[in-house]
Design a protein around this ligand. Sequence first.
Ligand code: J9N
Length: 244
Amino acid sequence: MRLDVVTIFPEYLAALDVSLVGKAAKSGLLDVHLHDLREWTHDRHRTVDDTPYGGGAGMVMKPEPWGLALDAIAPADGPAQPRLIVPTPAGRPFTQALAYELAAEPWLAFACGRYEGIDARVASYAGERMRVDEVSIGDYVLNGGEVAVLVMVEAVARLLPGVIGNPESLAEESHSGDGLLEYPVYTKPTSWRGHDVPEVLLSGNHGLIADWRHEESVRRTAERRPDLLAAWGDVLAGKDDSDA
Ligand SMILES: Nc1cc(-c2cccs2)n[nH]1
């Protein structure tokens, strides 16, 4: 997979050279290209934003540098186009399902904007030749899209074949498809500062262990994410739209 990231803070994305994503890049599973948006400014102050039409606080990112950046990275007459992801608090939710969808893409491009936003015409212009998704990583406001890109790139990269050691571990994770949160995990020692590992996990009875883990997943989900259980309820009641 090729990844392009356009940002005014390329140093923020240095974390992509570390750990899992860095390993994937070094092993050729990821081809990461970082770009400084200011490369595509031509005024003395390398201006990337301006005041919003219609008034209001803050600044909006100008369309011209973005247009030039997109044209340089993914020329309109090129053999292929990336899927463009624009982090924004106003976007569709980033979910594990979307992470799997993005992991299947051959080429992703990420546009890191300010929280006041990028001129809306940039997404419209890009949408004329590539798929554009405005995506939120959660209902809170960051100051820029860079952190959101780090979150999404890590969530996507770990799904790429060969990136993590044991792909089986992907199956039992939270949000991994059964819609439940993952069960609590334990390792040695069996007793630690007066806290013991649940006996069932030491029993060697794999059926009992599987049952206990499922019960714990349901308990945790009911306690922390009743919204997920509600979705389960709809499915069980046949209300979901999967056969729509
Ligand atoms: N979920 C989310 C995204 C963002 C930002 C993206 C770009 C600037 S701020 N805040 N919160």
